[in-house]
Design a protein around this ligand. Structure first.
Ligand SMILES: [Zn+2]
Length: 108
């Protein structure tokens, strides 16, 4: 596997990989790919619910804003798919309820 493949898949190399601890890139290698990913309208992306397995556009999630942030729930099982909280310094995105996110992209 090439380092660029690892950056695209987010997989970490095994600790005992040939070349030892220098056989990987630091998280900065994600910057270019993630900048391309998050520069799109993610409401058109398709998410898969970690609880019931159903898939659908993010725009179809049920969003509740009374919490200290936004909570998006699955329209099929009502479980939490993602949480988004804006603090003065950061934006926190909790996607534990989403097993996959498919973002439409222009052909590479
Ligand atoms: Zn669900």
């Amino acid at each position: 596997m090439h380092d660029t493949d690892r950056a695209a898949t987010g997989t970490a190399p095994p600790q005992d990989a040939p070349g030892g601890a220098t056989d990987f890139l630091d998280g900065n290698a994600l910057a270019g790919v993630l900048a391309e990913l998050f520069a799109v309208d993610v409401t058109t992306a398709t998410s898969r619910c970690a609880h019931c397995g159903s898939s659908g556009h993010l725009a179809a999630l049920r969003v509740y804003g009374r919490a200290p942030g936004l909570v998006a729930r699955c329209p099929h099982c009502s479980e939490v798919v993602l949480r988004l909280v804006r603090t003065p310094q950061d934006m926190w995105l909790d996607m534990r309820g989403c097993t996959a996110l498919a973002v439409p992209m222009a052909p590479a």
